[in-house]
Write a protein that binds this ligand. Sequence first.
Ligand code: T4K
Length: 380
Amino acid sequence: MHSELKFEKPVYVTSPILPDLGKFNDMLRAIWASKWLTNHGNMHAELEKRLESVLKVKNVSIFNNGTIALLTALKVLDLPPGSEVITTPFTFPATPHCITWNHLKPVFCDISAESMTIDADMIERHVNSQTSAILGVHVYGIPCDTEKIEMIAKRHNLKVVYDAAHCFTTEINGAGIGTCGDMSMFSFHATKLFHTVEGGCLTYDNSEYREKLYFLRNFGIKNEDEVVDIGINGKMNELQACIGLLNLEIFEEEKRKRIAIRSTYVEQLQTVSGIRIVHVPEGVTDSMGYFVIRIHEDTFGLSRDAVYQKLKEYNVFSRKYFYPLCSEYEPYKSLPSSSEENLPVANRVKREVLCLPLFGGLGTAGAAQICEIIKRIRNS
Ligand code: T4K
């Protein structure tokens, strides 16, 4: 232990941006005056409109969190109850849970060793007469093989939904990632680059979904006399929409700081043998949500878990997103598709990945200090 390298205060994997309190107060005054606190208010409408251009998509429907948004996406697509949805085990629990809450069955497909997203070449071996959709996750903002997935979907008449929780402002060759598939979900949780404390949205090309989602988000209420669907309460309140509007003004500055921090990490870690830095592919803009390394135990000399533990001694709290795999969770572990033989790549990758702190306040000096700690850990 090199105590001179220990951080005074805990350094977490992320730290949220926060708008100027004075500006927030000004907006709160407007909300106080209107006494309109939730149920599709002005701030809500304004945020939805602004996000359409920021995300470069045709339609945005915002929700009170990403999970409810994803739940509603699968609902609006009207998939046959009990049908199967092919998805990845290398994700946050929300992804398979949304499938299950919709009375659909998750079928886990292995991931690609390089992108760590669902392996498009493996999807078709899981397709059968019960399959209704594919739910891919652009993990850490690395896009799934959207072209191949859409070809498979066309061939078998399947819907495609993307969990783009990590993808705020990710673009593929200049196009918003939210234009892919039938629908995409973005998370605006406090731990994301852009946030509304809790929140999320759906993006989609087909404008027919807009009205349906509007009803589904509000209990299925069409008007005072009619309830037309089995909806949920998925509305974002005005205070959170207000935080969102203000955070839209500052997230780019945060992104620039993160780009500088990322450069420091890359510069200092790329020559450390046993560490592989995860990059987005060419043509893709990095959403700067995560800085991920993959640790090769034999070459590095220590396991990922050992590095994770040792970093804690220095007050650095990295995260093992996504370990364990969703297929190992109690409700899913007995599914046939959860077997280790079906998921060899995911079972390897889950032991390699480590998300290092990435947030503007860390500064490049903080990142350099973390790199130094990692190098010392390796050589100790
Ligand atoms: N799909 C995917 C692929 C996702 O990754 C997620 C969410 C979803 C769907 C669901 O979207 P939402 O329904 O959440 O919108 C965190 C987030 O809570 C979660 O939103 C996110 N993914 C996941 C990757 O990360 P935890 O359990 O790691 O959170 P927690 O509380 O340990 O926070 C991580 C660190 O962030 C803390 O150590 C400190 C820092 N932090 C956290 C909070 C909440 C702060 O500094 N301030 C804060 O307010 O899940």
